[in-house]
Write a protein that binds this ligand. Structure first.
Ligand code: ADP
Ligand code: ZN
Length: 627
């Protein structure tokens, strides 16, 4: 943590009288090794470096970190970074130290004397960036300490955690409203990848950022392919996704329950796919260990509940799979956004079915929370269902949810193979009639299974007991198969024509049933696509031969050199106990191979090679390349 400042380009810049934007560009290239800013980075940095506040909404992978790291380096004093996850702080600090920035963290994992040392360094002005969790920051003792130090800025990462409307609410974030008064004159920057207007408004208010400048980026992640398919045998479907498209690559699989996390991870492992479980019920040490292995290894899959992922900035996660329906689009977008931070092609895949929908509704109805809370939860779920059942571009829907207009994307399952639709008005009426007759004439309500038996006219103990065959609706739905009925029910439920109710999730006519029963509207439904129709085959994207997707564009001889560099990188990473991508990213390795450097000087201009890494690894890279 107390790495000495190397050849200090930063303070030279700070003391020089260069224009601020020039200075920012110089830090970008000398320290981080990149040659231009992305999106609104330059404007955000200018705002904060000039002492103003900023609220930044940028998608995952958009490059939020530089927006506070560079101003913190340009201004004198220490930048305090509020981050919710203690477990990731040491990695965040290691990544900064790897490029020569003086970074540290204060949290409960430090021994007393270690924390004291950090405090001393802080007061002596020897730290550029200091990470801490909100609960620590708001302690009077910490506020007092920070008031005695010189602060360059306060960055509030994952700022949506302050929003109760959002999906990641953390009560500790509420305390951050004190920052405005405790550190007047210190610029604040709040950052999040959650972009609904409601969250935006709420975080601005709660963090008291009324005077801030707002920067809202496009939320599109064009390199991610969104796909949602009907759930048949979800694990088999997942296995197919992995073997057909993502063999040997890193991915995250989200499940709703701890139990399904465990069983799915075990199931994949038995089939030779390396997978580790992660959920809040695991021992903290096991969790930390699995997280670290995921970050460090290449080609490992983590099967997790939503407890996993915030702050994970592994750039080469190639797919995110959902085996259960997320509770909201915000959550879904955050989770899927963990794929492809490096900008390379990636997949966001989900299997979803009628059962998901019923159980989520049930969960909300029987769960805790007042009526407002439940109403919010239901509207979150409805938006998610609408995304699942859409017959037009998924990306357009997603972005519209975040208030952004776009055109059909050409890179989602709907665009790639538009679903066929059919007129399901009559089946919808039959289903509604069956619900109504059973209720009126027998006083009965059932879940989907028994309703389908009635529609198909299939006898079982329950139907015999209740003399269902005497009802006028008995067997009126024989023209569809059981599977088709499930598809119809799912889609009708997503549109509010059918609803699930009570502890057992029994089906009842929904709020939009009336016009359907009265034939005032027609009901167009999609034909479920069979999961077998993969929309993208491995061969169309890969040059074959496995290995990293980053190397796809390389010639054979270049690939050998790329592999040599990867082997070297693995060794260095192991020795330094940091993830390989912190040494150099795949993209940087490819750029090195392609530029055929003959000297360390030639390495300097390559994206991702900053001054410190050049000094540290330059010779070794040339050696690994056999120069
Ligand atoms: P976010 O926090 O928004 O999810 P990060 O700050 O982790 O995104 O950045 C994502 C990736 O993009 C990182 O690997 C980062 O180094 C890289 N990156 C950010 N800004 C630039 C830039 N201007 N040029 C090149 N790479 C960049
Ligand atoms: Zn699309």
């Amino acid at each position: 943590m107390d790495s000495p400042r190397t050849a200090d380009p930063i303070s030279a810049l700070r003391e020089g009288d260069a224009e601020q934007t020039d200075a920012a560009l110089q830090v970008l290239s000398t320290v981080f090794g990149y040659d231009s800013f992305r999106g609104e980075q330059a404007e955000i940095i200018e705002q904060v470096a000039g002492g103003g506040d900023a609220v930044v909404l940028m998608p995952t992978g958009g490059g939020k970190s530089l927006c506070y790291q560079i101003p913190a380096l340009l201004r004198s004093g220490t930048g305090v970074v509020v981050s919710p996850l203690i477990a990731l702080m040491s990695d965040q600090v290691a990544a900064l130290e790897a490029v020569g920035i003086r970074a540290a963290y204060l949290n409960s994992t430090l021994e007393r004397h270690e924390a004291q040392a950090v405090e001393q360094q802080l007061l002596a002005g020897e730290i550029d960036l200091l990470y801490m969790a909100p609960e620590r920051l708001v302690l009077p003792r910490t506020i007092d300490l920070l008031q005695r130090a010189r602060l360059s800025l306060v960055a509030i990462d994952e700022a949506h955690c302050v929003s109760q409307w959002g999906h990641d609410f953390r009560p500790d974030y509420m305390g951050l409203s004190v920052l405005a008064d405790a550190f007047p004159g210190v610029p604040r920057i709040a950052l999040t990848a959650t972009a609904t207007e409601a969250t935006h408004r709420e975080l601005t208010e709660r963090l008291r950022m009324e005077d801030a400048k707002h920067f809202v980026s496009s939320f599109d992640r064009p390199n991610i392919q969104y796909r949602i398919e009907p759930k048949a045998s979800p694990r088999e479907q997942l296995l197919k996704l992995i073997t057909a498209e993502h063999e040997g690559e890193s991915g995250i699989v989200y499940c709703l329950s701890r139990k399904s996390v465990e069983t799915t991870a075990a199931w994949l492992s038995e089939r030779g796919i390396p997978a580790l479980p992660y959920h809040a019920g695991l021992d903290a040490r096991v969790r930390q260990d699995h997280q670290e292995r995921f970050l460090r290894a290449e080609g490992l899959i983590i099967v997790a509940t939503i407890a996993f992922g915030m702050g994970i900035d592994k750039p080469d996660v190639r797919f995110v799979a959902h085996l259960d329906l997320p509770k909201s689009i915000e959550g879904y977008y955050q989770e899927t956004g963990r794929a492809g931070r490096d900008g390379q092609p990636s997949t966001a895949w989900m299997a979803y079915g009628l059962g998901d929908m019923v159980s989520q509704r049930k969960f909300i109805d029987s769960g805790e929370g007042d009526e407002t809370f439940k109403r919010n939860a239901r509207s979150h779920l409805d938006a998610m269902l609408a995304l699942c059942e859409t017959v037009s571009c998924r990306r357009v829907q997603l972005l519209r949810y975040f208030g952004q207009d776009s055109e059909a994307c050409g890179n989602c399952d709907i665009c790639l193979s538009p679903p066929q639709t059919w007129d399901a008005t009559v089946p919808a009426q039959k289903l509604l009639s069956a619900l109504i007759r059973l209720d009126r004439e027998r006083g009965q309500k059932f879940g989907s299974g028994q309703i389908i038996e009635v529609l198909l006219g299939r006898e079982n103990d329950r139907s015999r007991q209740s003399r269902h065959e005497e009802l006028s609706v008995w067997g009126i739905g024989a023209e569809l198969s059981e599977k088709e009925w499930r598809s119809v029910m799912r889609q009708l439920m997503a549109r509010g024509i059918v609803d699930a109710e009570g502890d057992y999730g029994v089906l009842v006519p929904g709020s939009h049933a009336g016009p359907v029963l009265r034939s005032e509207v027609t009901v167009e439904l999609a034909v479920d696509r069979s999961p077998a129709k993969a929309t993208r085959s491995r061969s169309s994207r890969s040059g074959g031969g496995g290995g990293s997707r980053a190397a796809e564009g390389l010639e054979i001889a270049e690939r050998e050199r790329f592999e040599a560099l990867r082997t070297w990188r693995t060794e260095v990473a192991k020795e330094k106990q940091i993830p390989p991508y912190m040494v150099f990213s795949d993209a940087t390795l490819v750029a090195i191979v392609q530029s055929r450097p003959e000297s360390t000087g030639a390495l300097a201009g390559i994206s991702g090679v900053g001054a410190k890494k050049l000094a540290e690894y330059g010779d070794a890279v040339l050696e690994a390349l056999g120069v």
